[in-house]
Write a protein that binds this ligand. Structure first.
Ligand code: DAH
Length: 376
């Protein structure tokens, strides 16, 4: 093997010849300029930068004697830098062209007429239900559900409605075939209380909404399918003061800050003691009369149509959960107490929105829903 070639003249190595390099750079420029798309530019880069004459020249440097390397390296480096700049400039141009083309090709004519379709609206009952639930969720309570086809035991027995309780009779309850099979369409949401207490350990703070069924004819004030909301709290040390506090909060969310309530003694088999709650009429503010005269005319006092003249509106039933009910659900009534309340959602909607005919709520005419806004 011969020693290092001191006479080596890089100019004589074809690929490193300056003219050769210049020609390679010129050819690359031409290829970049000719590329009509980013894809073609990539092909040109592969051919003229990654491979091709300049890349070959770069490889050749390694074979040069040390004295010649610096000069050759500088020239190849300068050529590569030039190619890099040209490539970047052409990329910018082609990207801009692509973007312009996309804007034209994919443009949407927003003035073009379309087949308009109504978005639909949530039913006012759904809106009211959600509003009611929100009042409880805001207090940290949880929403739970129960089935519409329910066992007689859950719907009646566990709630202390004995076999001879009038509510169980045929004229109120839909029995599921066979009639002695022990299944009914639930007549109230209260069985969800039972399911929850059987399912969970206290503390329990739940609210449940849903359909209930009774054998009524559909008319202006009745419907065989309606909706209730049921609230249940079971914890250590709960008293009627907590119950009133929860009801007051709920009433204020529904009917406005400062709405006063009052309670009356009542009876429900599943609560002891039990009470009915009334709240002050939001139309006459408790006066029982409203002035129906137009502005400026002499007063024309009439009995308030919203509350019927009493100044109060009935909200619903409530009470402290009966010890028998707690016991039926395996909860020790000497350790825990609970309160519950329930009310009809159709009634809440009628009151809040002045809906006078129940059939408007039931029939599903979209013009009725539209009056409540298109909250979709
Ligand atoms: N379930 C009762 C009904 O349908 C309403 C009710 C009253 C529910 C008192 C309760 C309650 O939770 O404590 O008439």
């Amino acid at each position: 093997m011969s020693g290092p070639n001191k006479q080596y003249d890089p100019v004589e190595v074809a690929t490193l010849d300056p003219a050769h390099l210049d020609a390679a750079v010129t050819a690359a420029f031409a290829a970049f300029a000719a590329a009509g798309s980013l894809e073609e530019l990539k092909t040109a880069r592969l051919a003229h930068v990654d491979k091709g004459a300049v890349a070959a020249a770069k490889r050749e440097i390694g074979a040069l004697p040390p004295s010649a390397k610096a000069d050759a390296g500088k020239r190849v480096g300068a050529a590569l830098a030039e190619l890099g700049r040209a490539l970047a400039a052409r990329t910018v141009e082609l990207e801009a062209e692509r973007d312009r083309r996309i804007l034209v090709e994919e443009a949407v004519d927003v003035t073009m007429p379309v087949g308009r379709r109504a978005l639909g609206a949530r039913h006012p009952l759904t809106l009211t239900t959600q509003r009611l639930q929100d009042a409880f969720v805001g207090m940290g309570w949880e929403v739970v559900e129960g089935p519409e086809v329910e066992s007689e035991w859950m719907n009646f027995d566990a709630l202390n409605l004995g076999k001879d309780h009038p509510a169980r009779q045929m004229q109120d309850t839909f029995f599921v075939d066979p009639p002695d099979g022990g299944l009914v369409l639930r007549t109230q949401t209260s069985p969800v209380q039972i399911r929850t207490m059987l399912d969970r350990e206290p503390p329990i703070y739940v609210v449940s909404t849903g359909k209930v069924f009774r054998t009524d004819e559909l008319d202006a004030t009745h419907t065989p399918v309606f909706h209730q909301i049921e609230a249940l709290a079971v914890d250590k040390g709960l008293t009627m003061a907590h119950l009133r506090g929860a009801i007051d909060h709920f009433v204020r969310v529904m009917f406005g800050e400062g709405t006063r309530t009052r309670v009356r003694a009542s009876y429900f088999p599943f609560t002891e003691p039990s009470m009915e709650t009334d709240f002050v009429c939001f139309a006459c503010h408790g006066d029982g009369r409203t002035n129906d005269a137009p502005d400026g005319a002499p007063e024309l006092l009439r009995a308030c149509r919203t509350c019927g003249g009493s100044g109060w509106i009935e909200l619903g039933g409530s009470g402290m959960v009966n010890r028998k009910v707690l016991t039926a659900c395996g909860i020790d009534p000497d350790v825990y107490t609970g309160f519950a309340f329930g009310l009809g959602i159709e009634r809440a909607l009628q009151l809040r929105s002045g809906v006078t005919d129940m059939r408007d709520i039931v029939e599903g005419d979209v013009r009725f829903s539209q009056q409540f806004g298109m909250e979709v």
